[in-house]
Design a protein around this ligand. Structure first.
Ligand SMILES: [Zn+2]
Ligand SMILES: [Zn+2]
Length: 138
């Protein structure tokens, strides 16, 4: 994970121009493992960068993703951007919407479905959903 000081250098090394808005977004999402939607990033950054647009956010997130600094996955039709790029699964609470990372050591790796036996699989990710312990207690 990157510290704030290295983020501008990291953006440049991926050929991304460093602008104040792009840097603020990169710091928000890359300085710690984060799950965020474009809308959440927009709501967070709008206060410090009133001129930022959803379009800038989307474009920057896509650029960071194609540079390999982010991944995204979908939950209920929302694209969630994830700065943890190591292979992992997710668990998502249907009520409070919390999303947690599950390393592959914490889950049993699936057996390759027979229908895929002649495929070369390079990516496999599952989303476990239900109610988290806090929501189960209510
Ligand atoms: Zn919950
Ligand atoms: Zn994650």
């Amino acid at each position: 994970m990157s510290t704030q000081e290295t983020i501008p250098a990291m953006l440049r090394s991926h050929g991304l121009r460093v602008t104040p808005q792009r840097l603020a977004l990169a710091e928000l999402i890359l300085s710690k493992p984060t799950h965020i939607t474009a809308r959440m990033a927009y709501e967070t950054l709008r206060e410090s960068h009133p001129a930022i647009s959803m379009n800038t956010i989307y474009l920057t997130l896509r650029q960071l993703e194609s540079s390999g600094l982010l991944n995204h996955f979908e939950v209920n039709g929302n694209a969630i951007f994830d700065s943890n790029t190591a292979p992992h699964d997710h668990a998502c609470c249907n009520r409070c919407k919390v999303i947690i990372d599950l390393t592959h050591q914490q889950t049993v790796l699936p057996v390759l479905p027979t229908a895929l036996e002649h495929w070369h699989i390079d990516h496999e990710q599952r989303i476990w959903s239900g109610l988290c312990p806090e929501c189960t207690e209510v």
